[in-house]
Design a protein around this ligand. Sequence first.
Ligand code: ZN
Length: 139
Amino acid sequence: MALVRELSFALLNDAEESYKQNGKFLEEVLQSLHDVFGEVFVKSADFLETGEVVRYETPNAIRAVLKVGNKKEVYTLFDDINFCHCGTFARVLSGEGLLTCEHVLAARLARISGRMKVNRLTDLQYVEFVSDLVDYIKE
Ligand SMILES: [Zn+2]
């Protein structure tokens, strides 16, 4: 399982390189993403169509929180951390063989394809933002 996970994230790095070179996701890249991530990839592509990914970062860009959302749902993610509070991610944790959820994958694809919006926060705003988030997790 760990190996599959490593390979799948290596695939995302390859997809990023390929996107930089070609300015788009090539058919073969989309196909391999689909092969590896399956239904989660389909849902994440759908999410990118209907929703948005916003990155809230501090001025030095060291810390960032992402909001991935559409009209129906919004999830908060931490940059480069494979974790989400959604139902799909509960299935990742239960060991069903899913690698990640559609929100984490959508965030990554948005970053690769330049569809991520960036909002700058001051350090203080960031602290407030994260403490709101911690309250939300506790609930
Ligand atoms: Zn999720």
